[in-house]
Write a protein that binds this ligand. Structure first.
Ligand code: FAD
Length: 228
């Protein structure tokens, strides 16, 4: 490959998105990640995928909230450009509390309204809550509701972005999945590879986090290549 225009180290959520958007503009992009293309080494793998700029205004700067609001409109546009479908919905955020935490909820409501006067924060009753989220039944008497906020399936997104990077011919160096014996990355990668039913790229064994190596080294931060 000729010299790339951009080299990115770390292909979790931001690295993949950045690489994809840059490659779409015609730039030559190369991406390196310490985990496999599933993204099991990333925070995005564990994240809930909530896109909730209004709810986060309670402890985020105005600039961050504004960027979050802008991103709410970008998500559906970008997801529509991916080669695979990714679950996304923008039916709003519900904030719930147990009766003993009612004081905290009022404080949160006041703080949110004071910090972000544009917020469309609604206090709803049990009937409206059940309508919005039937699985909750009538367990909660009240809730706060922020319409329009969204959620994305992060794991599907990571996979779709890996496919999109192939489509735009970005060069990606993913770390192949490895078992505990051969992994130099992290426990998270090994555990996630186990859950995905992957085989070790070095020895071919099915990856299992219950193997002896994992138990022996669980107090250490990382595995060492080829160690017994
Ligand atoms: C439990 C949890 C829940 C969350 N919930 C939400 C939520 O609901 N909404 C929200 O907006 N945010 C949420 N977040 C935060 C969100 O996941 C992160 O802000 C986001 O993933 C950060 O993206 P990133 O690309 O910077 O990092 P990551 O997604 O973590 O990606 C980093 C990448 O770098 C790679 N890497 C690391 N070291 C190296 C190295 N030395 N060489 C090569 N590659 C390397 C990793 O393998 C990984 O793929 C949550 C986070 C967690 C942990």
């Amino acid at each position: 490959m000729s010299r790339p225009d951009i080299a990115l180290v770390g292909g979790g959520l931001l690295g993949r998105l950045l690489a994809w958007r840059a490659a779409r503009t015609g730039l030559k992009v190369v991406l390196y990640d310490a985990a496999s293309s599933f993204g099991e080494g990333s925070a995005a793998w564990a994240a809930a995928g909530m896109i909730t700029p209004a709810a986060e205004a309670v402890n985020a700067d105005a600039e961050i909230v504004a960027m979050g609001r802008h991103s709410l409109s970008l998500w559906p546009q970008w997801l529509a450009q991916l080669p695979q479908p990714v679950f996304f919905r923008d039916t709003g955020t519900l904030l719930l509390w147990h009766q003993e935490d009612a004081g905290e909820a009022s404080y949160f409501e006041k703080m949110l309204t004071a910090r972000d006067p544009r917020t469309n924060l609604l206090r709803i009753d049990a009937a409206r809550l059940e309508e919005l989220e039937p699985a909750l039944g009538t367990r909660f008497q009240q809730a706060l509701y922020l319409p329009g906020e969204a959620q994305v399936d992060n794991r599907a997104l990571l996979t779709a972005l890996a496919a999109a990077l192939e489509e735009v011919r970005a060069t990606c160096y993913w770390h192949p999945p490895l078992c505990a014996r051969h992994c130099v990355v992290s426990y998270a990668s090994v555990i996630a590879s186990t859950l995905l039913g992957l085989h070790c790229a070095s020895c071919g064994r099915k990856i299992g986090c219950r193997c002896n190596q994992y138990r022996k080294r669980r107090s250490l931060g990382s595995f060492r290549a080829g160690s017994p």
